[in-house]
Design a protein around this ligand. Sequence first.
Ligand code: MLT
Length: 245
Amino acid sequence: MKIFIYHTPELTPIEETPECAIAVDVLRATTTMAAVLAAGGEAVQVFSDLDKLMAVSQQWPAEKRLRAGERGGQKLAGFDLGNSPLDCTAEVVQGKRLFISTTNGTRALQRIEKSPIVLASALVNRAATVKFLLQKQPETVWIVGSGWEGSFSLEDTVCAGAIAHSICQQTNSSLEAITGNDEVTSAIALYSQWQDDLLGLFYQASHGKRLVRLDGLEDLKYCSQTDILDVLPIQHEPGVLKNHY
Ligand code: MLT
């Protein structure tokens, strides 16, 4: 297995696809997706365009849908939810489909949607992601960070490093054996340095600071937890993800 990390959707090659592509938006879209499916949501359907989200979700039975919209870290008017994983309790999401659009995370998923296997991962479901990769053994894996409007983000890179680090450890592989590009080595180094204080790293991150300003400290704490959800959002049809487990 060769792992490649791309820090943003914009840096991700468009002329080829890997066997398995993973979108990561730790703060907070892919954490929220994992939380929705862990709480019994039927599926998550992602959109970059808000009008399209409204039009498609309109076709779905009202009692079985939730609309989540976020821009700039804030909930959009007219939507049921913003992008907080803490809002996704079983009482709210059980049996429902979440139609969601966020600033960066949904764009990352759209960028990789043509890959044969598409996953959504975060720190909360890192172990579930690694378990799947070790079972499936895809030849090439791309981990695509969502970043922030085209820029690098610490939280997505540290999560990509956490996945690669665990693959290395569990397969007793050398770094060289799994590394597809230089980003993998630097992401593993970042994770190795911060693995015992991921919340501390999020305080340094620009989007972490933004969320704290927006009263999202509890979200930051939730998103910084590793391996707490045995759930893996996997794409069933373009843009629609369900739990693999
Ligand atoms: C995004 O898609 O950029 C994020 O998930 C933003 C957020 O924290 O809601």
